[in-house]
Structures are given as structure tokens and as C-alpha cells.
Design a protein around this ligand. Structure first.
Ligand code: NAP
Length: 285
């Protein structure tokens, strides 16, 4: 009898939204091959977990070879990601590079390996995790925001190129979800109490932390993606966010930079002197 079970490869599946999405797909009957740096190989919770570092070309090739031996992907879901919190001025080039290498170039590396397999099959679905920050910027997340904007632009090009081969692309744009692990959100090494941005930084990072820990349910997001991947045709964009965050995208797009900037400044930067710094210090970052 022909095996009709579909296979999905999921990157960044050891925690957060990647893990929740992988589990939802597994529960929906997919064979899941999960990748992350902390995996050592073998079965876990009904999924095959293989080591994968998306910043390392050899690791990407090795993962794809091993996964293909099990089953080529009907779908690839790319969730591997990280951010560095810090001011544009004090985030180092190395830190910018690390975020870009993981979030954006990691996807590029994976797609370069997987596209020939999907072209050969004449079909396939590629899901790229962007963010609301792929559409608008907030203070002290510039490296992350830039990487997610890069993904948005890249995905538009990719979708046009691969459509004739029966391959569909979907951008997932999550708002805040209470899933992310703090270890993937380090503070830039140069952000100290002495930073000229210290007060605004403290205010903005407290807000970011609050919004994420009170964010939406990651299980719901996982199940939504599993439902969409079951369809024959998938949308190019799927925003999964609170009403407030949908509104923020609307304001950003239609009300112009001045109004948008004023709203974001009021929301994120609550210091005694507005954004003009700094009374007292920040906690050890
Ligand atoms: N949580 C949210 O509110 C939110 C909002 C918008 C967008 N997103 C996006 O959703 C995705 C998941 O984020 P999250 O916050 O839910 O999860 P997370 O807890 O931050 O987990 C990040 C995942 O990426 C993996 N990873 C990191 N660097 C990697 C590398 N070099 N190679 C392979 N895997 C790597 C980690 O596993 P290992 O350490 O084991 O490698 C982990 O599984 C990201 O793309 C993020 O930008 C999240």
C-alpha cells in the first residue's frame, strides 16, 4: 500500500513557536523531521530530531541529506531565529551579523538545499517565519527587525520564481506569543548602565518583555499553521497577532511616519525626560 503520510521538515523546533508548530503538525498526521542545534539525533515525542545549525553550510547539508534519506519534504517550515536587544549605535557589527546569519541567511541556506527536491517533486510548500517586526520597526530591536524585513523582501522574490514549479511560499507574521525563550534574546554586549540610551532602553525592553510574556497562545498558532498546510492552496501572508498588533500594522502602513513614530515612542519609551535619558541606571543587562 502506498504511504500517503506527508512529511514536513521544521527548523528551530526545539523550543518556542517552532516546537509548537512541529507538535501541531505531528498531531495532524504529518511525519515531522525537526532540526535544531540542541538535537543530537533520534526520535523524541513522535518526531525525528536531527542536529541542525542554520548558520553552518555543512550542518545544513548534513541535515538535509539525513532528512532526505528518511523522506523528502512536502513542506519546509523555517522557524529558527534569535534576536539581540540593543541600540543601533551600541549593537556591534558582529551582533548584527549573527542575527542576520541565523534569521535570514539560515533560510536562504535551507531553501537552496530543499528547492531542487521540491522542483523534482513538482510541488512543495515553504513556510518562512517573519514577524510583525518584518513590517514595522520598534526601538532597540534593529538587528532583528532588519533580518525580518529581509525575509519579507526575499519571500516575495522567491514566491514569484518558484510558482511555475508548483512550489508555494507562505510568510507567517506572528505578533507577540508567550513561547519564546529568553536565551535567544541576549542584550548587546555594549548595553551597560552607562549607555546614553539606558533609560529608554530599560523602558522599551521592559515593555517588550511584558508583551511577549503576556502574548498569544503558541498552541493556537501551531494549530492554525497545521490547518493551513492541509489545504491545497496556501496564502502568501498569514498574520497571527492580537487586534492591537493588527492595528499597529495598519497605522504604520496608512497613517505615515510621524503619527506612527509618535505612537511607538509613547508606547515604548516612558522615561521622565522622554527619550532624552538617563536618570538612575538599568538593571544588569
Ligand atoms: N515568540 C514570539 O513572540 C515571536 C513573534 C514573532 C516572530 N517569532 C518568530 O518565531 C520563530 C520562533 O521564535 P520563538 O520566540 O517562538 O522561539 P525561541 O524560543 O526563540 O526558539 C528559537 C529556536 O531557534 C533555534 N535556533 C536558534 N539558532 C539556531 C541555529 N543557528 N540553527 C538552528 N536552529 C537555531 C533554537 O534551537 P537551538 O538552540 O536548539 O538551535 C530554538 O529552537 C522565530 O523565527 C521568531 O523570530 C516569534
Amino acid at each position: 500500500m502506498k504511504n500517503t503520510q506527508k512529511t514536513v521538515w521544521v527548523t528551530g523546533a526545539s523550543s518556542g513557536l517552532g516546537l509548537h508548530t512541529a507538535m501541531a503538525l505531528r498531531d495532524d498526521g504529518w511525519q515531522v523531521i525537526a532540526g535544531a542545534r540542541s538535537f543530537t539525533g533520534g526520535q523524541k515525542d513522535g518526531m525525528t530530531c536531527l542536529p541542525l545549525d542554520v548558520t553552518d553550510e555543512n550542518s545544513v547539508r548534513d541535515f538535509c541529506r539525513r532528512a532526505q534519506e528518511i523522506a523528502p519534504p512536502d513542506a519546509l517550515v523555517q522557524c529558527a531565529g534569535m534576536l539581540v536587544l540593543g541600540s543601533c549605535e551600541e549593537t556591534s557589527v558582529e551582533e548584527f551579523h549573527r542575527v542576520m546569519d541565523t534569521n535570514y541567511l539560515g533560510m536562504v541556506r535551507m531553501n537552496r538545499e530543499v528547492l531542487p527536491m521540491m522542483r523534482a517533486a513538482g510541488e512543495g510548500k515553504i513556510v518562512l517565519f517573519s514577524s510583525i517586526n518584518g513590517l514595522l520597526g520598534i526601538p532597540f530591536q534593529s538587528a532583528y527587525t532588519a533580518s525580518k524585513h529581509a525575509i519579507e523582501g526575499y519571500a516575495e522574490c522567491l514566491a514569484l520564481e518558484v510558482k511555475p514549479f508548483g512550489i508555494q511560499v507562505m510568510l507567517v507574521e506572528p505578533g507577540d506569543h508567550r513561547s519564546g525563550s529568553e536565551k535567544y534574546r541576549p542584550h548587546a554586549a555594549s548595553m551597560t548602565d552607562e549607555s546614553p540610551y539606558a533609560a529608554a532602553y530599560e523602558s522599551a525592553t521592559a515593555r517588550i518583555h511584558h508583551d511577549e510574556s503576556n502574548g498569544s497562545d503558541p498552541d493556537v498558532l501551531g494549530r492554525k499553521i497545521a490547518r493551513i498546510l492541509d489545504r491545497k492552496r496556501i496564502p502568501f501572508r498569514k498574520r497571527i497577532a492580537s487586534v492591537d498588533q493588527h492595528m499597529a500594522v495598519y497605522v504604520h502602513r496608512f497613517l505615515g511616519a510621524r503619527i506612527n513614530g509618535a505612537i511607538l515612542e509613547k508606547y515604548y519609551i516612558r522615561t521622565e525626560n522622554g527619550s532624552k535619558q538617563k536618570e538612575g541606571g538599568t538593571e544588569g543587562k
